[in-house]
Design a protein around this ligand. Structure first.
Ligand SMILES: [Zn+2]
Ligand SMILES: [Zn+2]
Ligand SMILES: [Zn+2]
Length: 867
């Protein structure tokens, strides 16, 4: 007997078997209920990391379980293949992004196959294939036609290092989400998707996603950021133009003594033009463009501003008030303009004191009198209205609606809703992405590329620029085109590419019909498979990919292409994989092999002999040198032990702390089951498993073991079905294995042997989604036919879950005819069924018609059958 499980020979053997038998190829089968499980597709960086392994293992176990439960499962895999790392790597390694990307895809695909993940590889897609992005270009044109996409010149987030624009969602605390450089503001012509059209709908449906973690929907709600208030119009002095502000405190309008515009506000330039202030304003705007421009970032800077040289008219007081531009106003909030009420807002108050602007209290606490000249701070609470003409004496809360109505009658205001969400800027000044399918003509302006000309292929024969940035504008053969409209020959192709988040916003629909040539997807296939039933991925995508995907489904729904709006019915955001760090005072972070344990159990740096500090357990990252390479695990332990450990170490939504002993423990368990199974095969070959009720077993040993096995099946099924808590499911199987080890196989009675075979067969089935190669092999060695994949998920007997048994007396026409024992928690329907099925009772009732069956549950449970 082989004493150990040999992953190096057994795992490739079954991978080959699955491949040859096309075991995971899926087809539409309308007779079965469909189940679409998807893990967020990876960026082809070159190597899968342990976070991928964990994420995909979770998904793989669920789909293998669902297949055994009779679902028609789709479980695809592909590549989020456009994006900047390919460009940077290509520059560094003197290769081409395409070559780099395809090579990475090839090696990562091999690694995933070695993990035994049950993907339908026939459905694989890569977003950098023209067959994929042509449909993205097609959708862009549709959105353009429906005015869901538009172009405007505006200040945008610019990352100097990445040489490109970033969406608001890609700026994290003023830093580029990719390279962590501080982001600046730059004025550029950009394409936008009108996600704000769906702000309300996206918000409302956050509360209708019961399968999503609350933290994700909460983040989305905050990001969309709805606030209710008033929109007020301040006429610009001497011009027939208004400055529009959004305020949640319309009751303070009489106290608005100046106006502040964001430096990025389009009026800043035009208002100051030609005035004495023009130069000052220009240099101020330039200075602010290098500051951090977010709510958090603002706190770092002194609040400052400059007068634009213009005035506007307060619609309530009719007074002329100065218009400033100030660094604490963001375009992101409201309209990018603020009516400044220094008496009621501390920031405005400080600003007014600094620049000697008037402070007029308009709301004061009851029984107090405020004086703008001597006030030391703003009063921001509710109170009584003062200095506000006919409204004096009102409660400020009542005044909100009253004053808004009053201004509305004058055409100067209205109640409104404001969102924090901004339109999604999708132009990127990068090369490795989907070309935006428009042409700029000197006569016709923006001209969409005719549909027949799609795809606009990304030129592959290019030399990348040393400093980054896109080479596309330098390629005459790409940029110079004839205008499709007027045929002018000096039209120019748009040289920007789309944000790669556009590709990931709809890829899950493409998987439904990945080779479809007549559109983004085959409507019939999407109707059958979509939406995704279970999505798995990181919480870091909460306001990026997950929000964009929800938006895209609304776009497609609006275009009549799909009949749903939510892409992911259930979402699991898995925890991170963490490990301790090791640092040397001299050499910084160390790899584990650079730290040596000495006799006192302390670690020393192998290079300088300094004491090594063992740091916190944190997310694995290359820079912290606390990573575990899945390839090494595969070599040492194989896929199944790695899979088992990832699931056993923590429930999926929690962080997993890496621990070498834990991997060893998983390895021991696998081998324990291996030896047990082979021992049983040897000693009990040919014995059929017991499948009856526990109560029919004569020995208490057999009965206890049988009940334990049934309980284990129930526990594992519930843990997977209800919460994906594989860790507790595995613990339950481990307990059952321990119970089996306690039995002496040689002296076991026949009845007990049958129970042992039942236990073993079910252990193999229960573990098969988790350690699939291992279980296939044991299934074969137990003399079973075919693949374990064709087996159904084990079922437990309701009547054999508990040792608490009750005696039930069964009467036929008032005469005692049988006594049966059953689980104490059996319900009446089950008792009746069991009583009628009893052999002795059958003799009496055989061919007679039953008039009545009564179950009486008193001290003695009684079944009375009347025939
Ligand atoms: Zn960057
Ligand atoms: Zn033209
Ligand atoms: Zn050192």
């Amino acid at each position: 007997m082989e004493q150990r499980y040999q992953p190096q020979t057994i795992e490739p053997k079954w991978q080959k078997y699955w491949k040859e038998n096309k075991s995971f190829k899926v087809q539409k089968e309308t007779s079965k209920e469909k189940y679409y499980l998807l893990e967020m597709f990876p960026y082809p960086s070159g190597k899968i990391h342990i976070g991928h392994v964990r994420n995909y293992t979770i998904g793989d176990v669920v789909v293998r379980y669902k297949r055994m439960k009779g679902f028609n499962v789709i479980h695809p895999m592909g590549w989020d293949a456009f994006g900047m790392p390919a460009e940077n790597a290509a520059i560094d390694n003197n290769t081409h992004p395409a070559a780099w990307t395809y090579e990475n895809i090839r090696s990562m695909r091999e690694q995933l196959k070695k993990m035994g993940f049950s993907y339908d590889w026939d459905r694989e897609i890569a977003t950098c294939h023209p067959e994929y992005y042509r449909w993205e270009q097609w959708l862009f044109l549709k959105m353009l036609e429906k005015k869901m996409a538009y172009r405007k010149e505006s200040y945008v987030n610019w990352c100097e290092k990445c040489q490109t624009v970033l969406a608001n969602e890609q700026v994290e605390q003023d830093k580029c989400w990719r390279c962590s450089q501080i982001v600046h503001q730059k004025k550029l012509w950009q394409w936008f998707f009108k996600i704000t059209d769906f702000a309300e709908d996206l918000l409302v449906h956050c509360d209708k996603l019961p399968g999503w973690p609350d933290k994700v929907t909460t983040m989305q709600k905050n990001w969309i950021g709805k606030s209710i208030g008033s929109e007020l119009k301040f006429k610009i002095h001497g011009k027939d133009e208004d400055i529009v502000v959004f305020t949640t405190r319309p009751d303070t309008v009489f106290g608005a003594t100046f106006m502040c515009l964001a430096p990025e506000h389009p009026l800043v330039e035009s208002l100051s033009k030609g005035s004495d202030q023009e130069e000052l304003v220009k240099s101020f705007v330039k200075k602010i463009s290098s500051q951090e421009r977010s709510a958090e970032g603002l706190e770092k800077y002194e609040k400052e501003g400059v007068f634009t040289g213009a005035f506007c008219i307060n619609p309530a007081t009719k007074e002329k008030i100065p218009v400033y531009t100030a660094n604490f106003v963001l375009m992101e909030y409201g309209t990018g303009a603020i009516m400044s009420v220094p008496a009621g807002d501390q920031r405005d108050f400080d600003f007014a004191r600094k620049y000697n602007l008037e402070i007029i209290p308009v709301v004061q606490p009851e029984g107090e009198e405020l004086d703008g000249k001597i006030m030391e701070e703003a009063y921001t609470g509710d109170g009584i209205i003062v200095n506000s003409g006919e409204f004096n004496g009102l409660d400020s809360k009542d005044a909100m609606d009253i004053m808004t109505d009053w201004l509305e009658k004058k055409g100067r205001g209205k109640k409104t809703i404001s969102f924090r969400l901004r339109d999604w800027g999708i132009s990127r000044q990068r090369y490795w992405g989907t070309p935006i399918p428009v042409i700029h003509c000197p006569d016709c302006g923006v001209v969409p590329v005719p549909e027949a000309d799609l795809p606009i292929k990304l030129p592959e024969n290019v030399n990348l620029l040393e400093k980054g940035g896109s080479p596309l504008p330098t390629l005459d053969y790409f940029t110079k085109v004839t205008c499709p409209h007027c045929k002018r020959e000096d039209a120019k192709r748009d040289t920007d590419t789309m944000d790669t988040f556009v590709e990931s916003s709809w890829y899950y629909l493409r998987y439904c019909s990945p080779r479809y040539e007549k559109g983004m997807f085959d409507p019939e296939a999407v109707k059958y498979w979509a939406p995704v039933d279970q999505y798995i991925g990181g919480v870091e995508h909460a306001v990026l990919h997950l929000l964009y995907s929800r938006y895209f489904m609304r776009v497609l729904n609006n275009l009549g292409m799909i009949d749903f709006k939510e892409p992911f019915t259930r979402l699991l955001t898995q925890g991170m994989v963490c490990k301790e760090t090791m640092t040397c005072p001299e050499h910084g972070y160390l790899f584990p092999e650079q730290a040596q344990r000495n006799e006192n159990n302390n670690f020393k740096c192998t290079m300088c002999k300094s004491d090594v500090e063992i740091g916190r357990v944190i997310k694995m990252s290359k820079s912290k040198k606390n990573v575990v390479d899945p390839n090494e695990l595969l070599e040492q332990y194989g896929a199944d032990v790695t899979r088992l450990f990832c699931l056993f170490a923590a429930p999926p939504e929690r962080d997993l702390e890496w621990n070498e002993d834990g991997v060893e423990g998983s390895n021991r368990f696998v081998n324990r089951v291996w030896r047990l199974a082979l021992d049983c095969v040897e000693k009990m070959g040919g014995i059929e498993p017991y499948t009856g009720a526990a109560s029919d077993l004569s020995s208490s040993k057999a009965k206890d073991l049988y009940i334990k096995a049934n309980q284990t099946i129930k526990k594992v099924s519930d843990d997977i079905d209800q919460s994906f808590h594989f860790n507790t499911a595995i613990s339950a199987v481990m307990e059952l294995v321990n119970n089996l080890y306690a039995v002496d196989l040689d002296s076991a009675a026949n009845e007990q042997k049958q129970v042992i075979v039942f236990c073993l067969e079910n252990i193999i089935l229960l573990l098969s989604p988790i350690t699939p190669h291992f279980c296939e092999e044991l299934f074969l060695r137990m003399g079973k036919q075919g693949s374990i994949l064709a087996q159904s998920w084990p079922v437990y007997r309701e009547d054999s879950l508990t040792t608490d048994e009750i005696l039930i007396v069964v009467q036929v026409n008032g005469k005692l005819r049988a006594k049966i024992t059953m689980g104490a928690d059996s319900d009446e329907a089950l008792i009746e069924k069991t009583a009628l099925a009893d052999e002795k009772i059958q003799k009496y009732i055989k061919d007679k018609t039953l008039k009545k069956v009564i179950v009486i549950r008193k001290k003695q449970t009684l079944v009375n059958i009347v025939i």
